[in-house]
Ligand binder design. Structure first.
Ligand SMILES: [Zn+2]
Length: 383
């Protein structure tokens, strides 16, 4: 991903960046930040490619010079990639980014919209302490003090600087405050609020907004992915979540199967089944769990609307015996309103890293009360 024109989003930001390149206004320390699952890393790579290109055009990198060809492989002698890693004596890893560069190239090539969870999953490092370590700060300082290979810029791309340890950040400050000439430190962050203000205040920042539903839908359609409309509704502008959902090809029809089963066991308050479904959704992971609950929101809303105007059955329900007319008999505007509120809250809990299993189990009982009685007993809310 080295061409601005290959990135179908962020037109405004790209135009500003291209203008700055043209005017030679290249700040030596920059921060691209914004919502997960948007195109900030892609734009950062396009920007670095353009900056290093030997024959750049009005639209950025040429794509043909030796520098561009090396950028395409994420293997350029003047670019250092730094990202969170772990250290492990058994595996002989000290935690330097360089030790993990092959894996990083692989995931970024697979999916430029990835987030930290995909990276951690790639390394099977769920139980590891992921960090950008002091040794990397030292490697950056050493690297920037050497001459560049092509006599142009030397660039350090720090992906996910929210993982910078304090000591690492402090060590980097000198380079940010008193840069060598023709150097660029580019940080690409998902959680800018976790960055130290001493760092962010010294960076020139560009905010990349969340993608729109329309943008996600169009990108999925461009990739010939079935059910683009449904998926775009479920991911709130997070293209990475959308792609992760489609990678499990069964996921989408599974949403409808789960929904049908879940509503049934909530209604009859079948505890062993409730616990079981909680465990199953838990295993599918956070992205799926959130998509599942958003799918529930969608279906409940559609059911309420179906009372006022005839609606088409969602094709995802084809493999189930779900009938909206029947479901509509236990849904009314009041309990629907409360159900939507409870499910919304459960989504936030899961996004804040609550236990999926526990959130789904608790929610199931709330849903039971709302379907059967239209309200949740006071006593239940105490717990
Ligand atoms: Zn070039």
């Amino acid at each position: 991903m080295i061409f601005f024109d290959d990135i179908p989003f962020h037109e405004k930001e790209k135009a500003r960046i291209l203008q700055a390149l043209k005017d030679g206004r290249n700040s030596h320390a920059q921060l691209f930040y914004g919502a997960p699952g948007n195109g900030k890393l892609a734009v950062a790579l396009a920007y670095i490619s353009a900056l290093l290109c030997q024959q750049p055009t009005e639209r950025g990198a040429c794509g043909a010079c030796p520098s561009c060809r090396q950028m395409m492989k994420l293997s350029h002698p003047d670019v250092q990639f730094v990202f969170p890693t772990y250290s492990s004596k058994e595996e002989g890893k000290t935690g330097l980014s360089e030790e993990f560069i092959a894996e990083w190239r692989e995931v970024v090539n697979e999916n430029i919209y990835l987030n930290h969870e995909d990276w951690i999953a790639k390394l099977n490092a769920e139980k590891r302490n992921m960090e950008i370590r002091v040794s990397d700060a030292k490697a950056i300082n050493d690297n920037l003090s050497f001459k560049s290979f092509y006599a142009g810029y030397k660039v350090v791309l720090i992906w996910l600087p929210e993982f910078l340890g304090i000591a690492t950040a402090n060590k980097l400050l000198k380079n940010i405050e008193e840069p060598e000439s023709k150097t660029l430190i580019m940080m690409v962050s998902e959680q800018v609020h976790s960055l130290m203000p001493t760092i962010t205040s010294r960076l020139q920042s560009v905010h990349f907004p969340r993608l729109s539903k329309e943008e996600v839908k169009n990108e999925l359609k461009a990739r010939n992915i079935d059910g683009a409309d449904v998926i775009a509704e479920l991911v709130e502008g997070n293209l990475n979540d959308a792609l992760n959902l489609t990678h499990k090809s069964e996921s989408l029809s599974q949403l409808a199967v789960y929904f049908t089963r879940w509503m049934r066991i909530c209604y009859s308050v079948n505890m062993p089944e409730i616990i079981k479904i909680g465990e199953e959704v838990h295993k599918e992971g956070r992205v799926f769990a959130v998509a599942f609950l958003r799918f529930c929101l969608q279906t409940i809303r559609q059911t309420v609307l179906s009372k006022y105007k005839p609606s088409v059955e969602n094709p995802l329900f084809q493999r189930t015996d779900f009938k909206m007319v029947n479901f509509a008999k236990i849904i009314n505007p009041e309990n629907a309103h409360k159900l939507l509120g409870e499910i919304d809250e459960a989504i936030s809990d899961i996004q804040r890293y609550g236990s999926i299993k526990m959130v789904i189990t608790d929610l199931s009982i709330r849903v039971h009360y709302l379907l059967k009685r239209g309200e949740i007993p006071e006593a239940f809310n105490v717990f």
